[in-house]
Design a protein around this ligand. Sequence first.
Ligand SMILES: [Cu+2]
Length: 286
Amino acid sequence: MTKAKAQMGRRLLGLVVAGGALVQGGAAFADMGQPAPWEYRLQQAATPVMENIIWFHNLLLWIITIITLFVLALLVTVMVKFNARANPVPSRTTHNSLIEVAWTLIPVLILVAIAVPSFRLLFLELDVPKADVTIKATGNQWNWTYSYPDDKIEYTSIMLADEDRAKLASPPPRLLGVDHAIVVPVNKVVRVQTTGADVIHSFAVPSFGIKIDAIPGRLNETWFKATALGIYYGQCSELCGKDHAFMPIAVKVVSDQDYDAWKKCVQSGKDDCIDVPDGGKAKQSS
Ligand SMILES: [Cu+2]
């Protein structure tokens, strides 16, 4: 091997190692419940539904990669072996029963293999289990009103402006932080009912694997069971007007005790329920 070639080889190796490190690092600095710089994968799962979505996504990625490589190999073979120069006298074959049966049956089998987990996932998402907490999210132009009908709690959640974020010791991510987050207990089934007060909005939290339209005059329903404490961010995901980008969703997942304390605090009429860490402020409805 010449010197130049060896140097080239080392450079290539370096690039591959650096690329690999970047991919690994990407996973490491991905924050739970919010987007991360240079993120190209799905957000980390915080619910069983999202775990299933990620699993299904990865399955499809494998299938599609294998199919694409297979088709690429066929195309390259045709181009190299059967071009006019390499193969001046073309074959006159027009039918081959075995291949025709194979290229019909194999795609059918692949589709069936995809359909089975796909339907299982759809039913998991759509069948709302018996709920421990019910929250109604109403989309307004341009904020969200949350109510807990069983606990007579209702409040509006508004995005924190940059000036307000600047005053906080540990500010929430820009364009995602809100003044009043949704507060829910950990490991409990939360039913979310959505509707729109004016136009169509969409309630979406990526790490919970939920996205459901909030339509005026209708009540849509979804659910999540957050399995880890923390704060999870989402956004309105239906173009709803000029401030569509500025009506984020923040869900704070707390322990049962913290949840009860927050509820009592809110129900006692206090405006600032700071005993539950940030985002636990709410007003009681009349
Ligand atoms: Cu909206």
